[in-house]
Design a protein around this ligand. Sequence first.
Ligand code: PEP
Ligand code: MN
Length: 290
Amino acid sequence: MTFSRNSIASSSYMTGIEDSEGIPYLYSRGYKNDDTVIDLGASRIGGKDFIVAAGPCSVDFDYLPDFALELKKAGASVIRGGAFKPRTSPRSFQGSGEAALRQLVEARDVTGLPVVSEIMDASQLPLFSDIDILQVGSRNAQNFTLLRALGIQPKPVLLKRGMGNTVEELLNSAEYILQGGNHSVILCERGIRTFESSTRFTLDIGAVPILRQKSHLPVCVDPSHAAGQRDLVAPLSLAAAAAGAQMLLIEVHPEPERALSDSHQQLTLKQFKELMIQIRRIRESLERNI
Ligand code: PEP
Ligand code: MN
């Protein structure tokens, strides 16, 4: 990289579209202009499609398949559920592990919907053989060894933005996966750490149109972890849908007050049903306005 090249403020290198050799990044619209659409049979992620993934923060109860059927009835197209939880304190509940993964697979069989769960380490890949989408958590967003390992396997990856990462860093993390040959990556804004403490994280809504401009990859928003409290999940979801997100990842629990992780931010089924009605209205009004 030469100084003169780096000093051209308006060059695509500076805006992260191509590298210093002028080669487009694989995530960029310069490499591929059309939106990437990830086809999961029952659900398509990206392009003009809009889908909602819903389920508990962690599978900490033993009737996930029944609950997943209720989520499907309410309009969820993907079922989420944490099995291995990256908790801030090692003394907090660490997830139900393989028992949770078994329930997710059962939920998929019962609903016919794809399931997503967080993988914390490449050594866990064999355990995730029946999980449809592999989630990389915010705390692992720059675990380049994990990202590379997910790049050389075929399953779609839901890549969360690190809570201290810029948009460009998120895109570079995606590049690690794409470089391995796996082109099924979903970018997920989930809130960043700022000086503001009235929400758990600050949802960077501006990141949504920026990511849509810069990248052909599907853009997801997780309003639950940004909000940290359930009464904020609906307005943040609606803002994300209006800003151009193609997917939402929402935590819903049959009994949020009894949840072993993120109990304050998980919606009840009733709240989720009401939110889905509002989301449909926003989507319809956007289409009418186009
Ligand atoms: C989660 O989705 O349950 C999670 C832990 O999210 P994040 O990595 O964004 O904190
Ligand atoms: Mn959570």
